[in-house]
Design a binder for this molecule. Structure first.
Ligand code: HAM
Length: 412
């Protein structure tokens, strides 16, 4: 039987690969904000995620790729990047060097039901700032996310923000939420009933329509915020206003991971169908303490799905110069190869046939591949140590000495 890619995975080539390259290039913006790249392992000890993401989240309850290795250790393919960056930060004592800012990209794994824009292996581009509690960094991170998407030509989305308060104001809210939900328990699904007692905020994340119908009059976190959290959220809004960033406060935005506190945000597009969230993130002021134990630092970050960004991007053009090297007799093949290697070394994209073919066939191929120039090495050119350069855009032809060809193409 033919073996196919596993369900929920895909091969990345052609246009999608070009878009991924463009996304990675656009991360240059993060460097301009003082971020450095971090690459963490694809698998981690399972406890990192159960502790970090939260035991009652969908990710930990249903979606992790967890297995025992041959030494009997429980390992998990990373479902997200934040917990790993925080672990690395603590493990390498990076807190000794002050505030740390990282960006990362790579594959993540979640056992979800695949559909357009939702995969079991998907790619994220994310950032994390560890060591700052001021609202100005929340604003900078949201502004940076906005500019990042704009750089890729993605513009049609709504920025939604909310606050989830801190540990202390949230416990009062959770009690109010529990009694509200208990009163409607006969209408809630099994998952909601189980989560209600352990972690009632998670119930609000339920996607079952009959459960969602119950949430219209649900108590809102905003009415339970303490003064410091209230002030923080007002400052975030004032900062976004000052930077002219349009946003909407969505009081029901809770996010699917447990580590968030205070600011949360999502960038939502209406062009992606059911999987409309392009980018999501927020502040996680207690996660560092939970993972690293001996230290405690406030933090904030976001991650964007690379496939979802790619779905919203226009075609990415290859704007580098492309040259076809056309040769005819066996005697000219080595000269063609020398030119190919030398041009590629100079950063020029080159193509050539590896078997003897008529010039007509080679031109046809060059046309198909949309080259800018063809270098033609026929018998006559071989005898005069020249190359005929054909400009495919203007159809003009020039005779150029072999040693001058690279210079000619670079300057053309
Ligand atoms: P998240 O909301 O779980 O947050 O994921 C962020 C983004 O990853 C989503 O908005 C979506 O674009 C993409 N994504 C998630 N699951 C899938 C999937 N199954 N298929 C395709 N794309 C997907 C986080 O992961 C947090 N670590 C973000 C963060 C960083 N918060 C603070 N720092």
């Amino acid at each position: 039987m033919e073996i196919k890619a596993a369900r929920g995975t895909k091969d990345i080539y052609g246009t999608l690969a070009l878009k991924f390259q463009a996304i990675i290039q656009a991360s240059e913006l993060f460097k301009r904000h003082g971020f450095e790249q971090m690459i963490t392992p694809i698998f981690e000890n399972t406890a990192l995620f159960t502790r970090g993401i939260g035991e009652t989240t969908d990710i930990v309850e249903k979606e992790m790729y967890t297995f025992d290795d041959k030494g009997g250790r429980s390992l998990t393919l990373r479902p997200e990047g934040t917990a790993s960056v925080v672990r690395a930060y603590g493990e390498h004592k990076l807190y000794q060097e002050g505030t740390q800012k990282f960006f990362y990209h790579g594959p993540m794994f979640r056992y979800e039901r695949p559909q357009a824009g939702r995969y079991r292996e998907f790619y994220q581009m994310g950032v994390e700032v560890i060591g700052e509690s001021d609202s100005s960094i929340d604003v900078e991170v949201i502004a940076m996310a906005d500019n990042f998407l704009n750089r890729l030509g993605i513009k049609n989305y709504e920025i939604q923000i909310n606050t989830l308060g801190c540990g202390s104001c949230r416990s009062e809210y959770q009690e109010a939420l529990k009694s509200f939900l208990r009163a409607r328990s006969q209408h809630l699904c099994e998952d909601c009933l189980r989560r209600l007692e352990k972690n009632p905020l998670r119930v609000l994340d339920c996607k079952v329509p009959t459960c969602r119908e119950q949430f219209t009059e649900v108590p809102l976190m905003v009415d339970f915020l303490d003064e410091v959290c209230q002030e923080h959220f007002s400052q975030v809004q004032a900062g976004l206003d000052a930077l002219n960033i349009a946003y909407r406060v969505n009081r029901q935005l809770v996010r699917g991971l447990d580590y968030y506190q205070r600011t949360v945000f999502e960038f939502v597009s209406t062009q992606l169908g059911a999987q409309g969230t392009i980018l999501g993130g927020g502040r996680y002021n207690q996660l560092v303490g939970e993972i690293c134990e001996t230290i405690d630092q406030p933090a904030i970050g976001f991650a964007a799905g690379m496939e979802r960004m790619a779905m919203l991007m226009e075609e990415v053009g290859q704007n580098e110069r492309k040259v076809a090297i056309c040769w005819q007799a066996k005697s000219s093949q080595l000269v063609a190869l020398q030119l190919k290697v030398a041009l590629a070394k100079e950063g020029i994209t080159t193509l050539m046939s590896y078997e003897e073919k008529s010039f007509k066939a080679q031109f046809k191929q060059a046309n198909k591949q949309k080259v800018d120039f063809a270098l033609i090495i026929g018998e006559e050119e071989m005898s005069t140590k020249q190359v005929k350069v054909k400009n495919f855009m203007t159809q003009e032809e020039y005779l150029v000495a072999q040693q001058e060809v690279i210079k000619f193409i670079k300057e053309a």
